[in-house]
Structure formats: C-alpha cells, structure tokens
Design a protein around this ligand. Structure first.
Ligand code: SF4
Length: 493
C-alpha cells in the first residue's frame, strides 16, 4: 500500500504511482506499457501551460462548508478564487444550503517575505481567519514561493492548532513539486486523513461514501432504491461529516483520478471497503460498479433488480439515439479517468472515438488493483483508441490534431480546451457536471445533448469563419508530436 499518513507531505503521483504527462500513440499501447513496467514519460521540448496542484487542493478544500482555507502564497496563486466561489454558490443553491462565499484567505507573500520568511504573516492570517469565521478547521495550503523559501508550515500549523483548539492542517501542494496537478487532490485528502477523520465509533452499514466533485445528486434516488444512503465527499460536506467517513460501509468514487488516494487510505486505515471497478459510465462499467457495490453491502438481489429496471427503462431511447449517432466521429479531451469514462459512454452510443487528449496517465491507482484500471477496461470492452495523446493541456497539440482529424464533435470536460472546437468549426460539447453522464440514464442524457450539439454545425462554422487562429499554417502542417521526442503517431485521417 502506497499511503503513509504519518508523513506531513503526500508523495507525488510521479513517484507514488509512476504517472506521466507525455505520450502519443494508441490507448492499447499505453495500457500494455503500463502493465509491463515500460511506461516512459516523454518530455516536451516546448510546453504551453500546465495546471497546478495548489488549485486542485483548493477546489476541494474551499467547499467544506464550515472550514476556512489559508493559501500561504503570493496573491496571484489565489487568482482562480472566483471560479471556486461560483461553483460553491451554484452547488449550495442546488443543495438548499445557506448561500455564502468560499472562505479563502491569502497571506499575500511579497518580495521582502522571500528574504525574511513568511511564517509571521501566516500566523497572523490563520488567527484572523479564526477570529472572522470561527471555523471548525483551518487548512493551510502552500505554494511555490513558500516552498522555495522553506517556511516551516508544518511547525507553524501544529503550534496554531494547539493555540486555537481546532485542527489546523498543513497541505503541501507547491506547484513545482509535481507536474501532475491531480497530486493536489491527494494533498488535500492526505490532510483530511491525517487530521480530520476519526476512528469509527459505530459502523453504518447503509452509508456509502461517494467521492465526487460537485455534480448533481443522483445517488440519493439510485442508492435509496437498494436501501443505501450516499455520503457525498468532499465538496459541500462539513468537518463533522468528514470526521465520520471511517464509519461508512464502503467508498465509491465517480473518478479514480480524483478519489484514488482517499478511497485507498480509508480502506488501509479504517477498513472501509473501496469498490474496485471501472467507473460507472457506459453499460459495462455501470454493471460492474453496481454489482461490486451489491457484493460489498450484501445487496446483491436489490442491485440485480435495479440494473434490470434501469436497463429496461433506457432500452428504447438508447436504440433511437444509437441510430442517430452511429459512426459520428468524436474527439475527447478530459482529465484521466473521467476521459476514459467518456470514451466508454460514447462507444456505447455507437460513436466512433477518433482520438483523445487526456491530461495525464496513472499506470495504476493507490489500491494497485487491476479491476480499477479504467483505460484497460475501455480497451478490453470497446477496442483500441487511436491518436491517444497524454498532454497536460497543451492546446497547440490539440488544435493541430483537431485540424487534421476534423471530427464531427469535440467532447470536452474543461472550459479552456472546449473553446478550440468552435474556432475550428467543430460542434463542441462541454459538460462540467460529472454525474450527468453517469449510470444507465447518463447514456440517454449524454446522447440527447449530443444530438442537440451536432445541430449547431452551421453556427460553429460561422464562428470559425470569423476566427483567426494564433497558430500558423507551418505549425498545423507539422506532426502534432513534433515537440514530444519527435515520435510519429498513428494518425487516422
Ligand atoms: S503554487 Fe506555483 S504553480 Fe501554483 S499558482 Fe502559485 S506560483 Fe503558480
């Protein structure tokens, strides 16, 4: 088991799981090199942009409703504050929670702090956070600046915890520590496992932890029909709820890229069964996921009935959608496991997935169990995927590939990537709610939306005719992987 909750810092994905951000080839090739221990991370000699671990830690922690986050950083590291606030307020409205802004403070590290140290500012900010908000816990996230000057954040948070009498938790998520920004999810969960979660007092056999982002609530209904209750973590939970996640019967995750660390940590430390299966997207993944959940909770019969009823419900609309979408060429861009899930879903709609730009690749997850291999599941169930690009965003590669492949549709999970589709005249579907495509009903939701999006073809062509790309013809004629070790890729033209 790869999790050491005694250490103040989480181990990065690169060293813990061997994760990579550079690959061009087919999904099948990626799976076999992951299995054979031959996975190499190819470096780019030119790189445009990356995400940052700090952002991924913040986007989970700021949505714990009665906690405060102090970002020990220059003010620019909190620049995406408004994104979290928007997501938080939309989620609060959906869940009938009191509407309020996220509680995120920044220590505003400046030039002189780089010389004299920033701990004094950190202590003052944490005390101010406590005075203003009276939170149940304070998380302190670090940054490149605090890491470079070597501020002893763990020492300071320990002292502040003693003084204030609430958990004050060091979250080590300096941007430079990892090129894989999902290390930030792991850093946030590491802090929660170390300092928030308590040993179980009583086991709650009907409660299932659901590690998710901030999507809509579909599990209250689905689980209710098999006698279970979802406990959504981490966004929109409270510190009190998180203290008790060790009491749940099992943990499921809608995306192992997000939840690998927390699910495995809960099983390792407190014996909470992690459901080890591909994520519940597409028919086969959903079958396996629910069946495993049924086995773990003694609800096999209930699950069998649920699967049958849900499949009957979608049979006719699914056939109609398949007739409309059969053979339409689609390109996917998304984070790792969620991207794999979207491919499964699109394949079940009988679409032709011509390629994908996936933001990193984990050759395994923290449970080290091959049943959780989301990409392996896709390749085994639906066949290989050509033009499979592992890129930490890198829009220059995406534009080059889209321009060559000219798919009928771009499916994107991240706003920054979706804008390139219309600029190239490609109808584009951006979906932020991860629960929208989940389960059997998710196929119908997605299929209907795709039919609508495909009808925008003339509209996006018009947009493209008024757009000037920042990329020259020279670049568009190059191999998209020219800067990735110059390796040639199997283009499907
Ligand atoms: S932590 Fe580093 S990489 Fe992240 S936003 Fe701040 S300066 Fe940028």
């Amino acid at each position: 088991m790869s999790i050491n909750i005694k250490s103040p810092e989480v181990e990065t994905r690169e060293s813990r799981l061997g994760s990579i951000t550079g690959f061009g080839g087919t999904a099948g090739q990626l799976c076999s090199s992951s299995r054979n221990g031959k996975l190499c991370d190819k470096r780019r000699s030119f790189s445009q942009c990356l995400g940052c671990s700090s952002g991924n830690a913040l986007c989970q922690l700021v949505m714990i409703q009665d906690a405060v986050v102090v970002n020990h950083a220059p003010i620019g590291c909190s620049a995406d504050f408004q994104d979290y606030n928007f997501t938080n307020r939309v989620g609060q409205r959906k869940r009938d929670l009191p509407l309020r802004n996220v509680r995120l403070l920044n220590t505003n590290l400046e030039e002189k702090d780089m010389i004299y140290g920033g701990i004094f500012k950190l202590e003052k900010t944490v005390e101010e956070a406590y005075r203003r908000f009276n939170p149940k816990a304070i998380f302190v996230t670090t940054s490149c600046a605090s890491g470079i000057i070597g501020d002893d954040v763990e020492g300071a948070t320990d002292k502040l915890q003693e003084k204030l009498g609430i958990p004050v938790i060091y979250i080590s998520c300096e941007g430079f520590r990892s090129r894989i920004w999902t290390t930030g999810f792991d850093a946030a969960y590491h802090g929660i496992l170390r300092k928030i979660v308590k040993p179980p007092v009583e086991k709650r056999k009907d409660v299932i932890n659901v590690i998710n982002f901030w999507g809509s609530d579909i599990f209250t209904d689905l689980f209710g029909r098999i006698g279970l209750k979802p406990n959504y973590i981490v966004p929109f939970s409270t510190v009190g709820q998180l203290e008790k996640i060790s009491e749940a019967a099992a943990t499921v995750q809608i995306c192992p890229t997000l939840g690998t660390y927390l699910a495995a940590g809960l099983e390792q430390e407190y014996g909470v069964t992690e459901i080890k299966s591909p994520p519940p997207y597409g028919i086969q993944g959903t079958d396996i996921w629910f069946t495993e959940l049924g086995k773990a909770t003694g609800k096999e019969l209930e699950v069998e009935r649920l699967i049958k009823a849900e499949k009957n419900k979608i049979a006719d609309p699914l056939e109609k959608l398949r007739r409309k979408l059969e053979g339409k060429r689609v390109y996917v861009t998304a984070g790792a496991a969620h991207g794999h899930s979207l491919i499964a879903l699109l394949k079940d709609l009988h679409m032709d997935v011509v390629g994908a730009a996936i933001f990193h690749h984990d050759p395994c997850y923290d449970n080290r169990d091959p049943r959780s291999d989301s990409l392996g599941h896709v390749v085994k169930s639906y066949g290989d995927i050509k033009n499979f690009d592992i890129c930490n965003k890198q829009p220059f590669e995406l534009v080059n590939i889209l321009n060559k492949l000219k798919p009928d549709l771009l499916v994107a999970r991240h706003g920054g990537m979706s804008s390139w589709g219309p600029k190239l005249g490609i109808p584009t579907f951006l979906m932020g709610d991860e629960q929208f495509g989940l389960g059997y009903e998710g196929l119908i939701n997605y299929g209907n939306k795709i039919v609508d999006v495909l009808a925008t073809r003339e509209f996006v062509k018009n947009i493209a005719s008024h757009c000037e790309l920042p990329y020259t013809d020279w670049w568009l004629k190059q191999d998209p992987y020219s800067f990735l070790g110059g390796e040639h890729n199997d283009q499907d033209s």
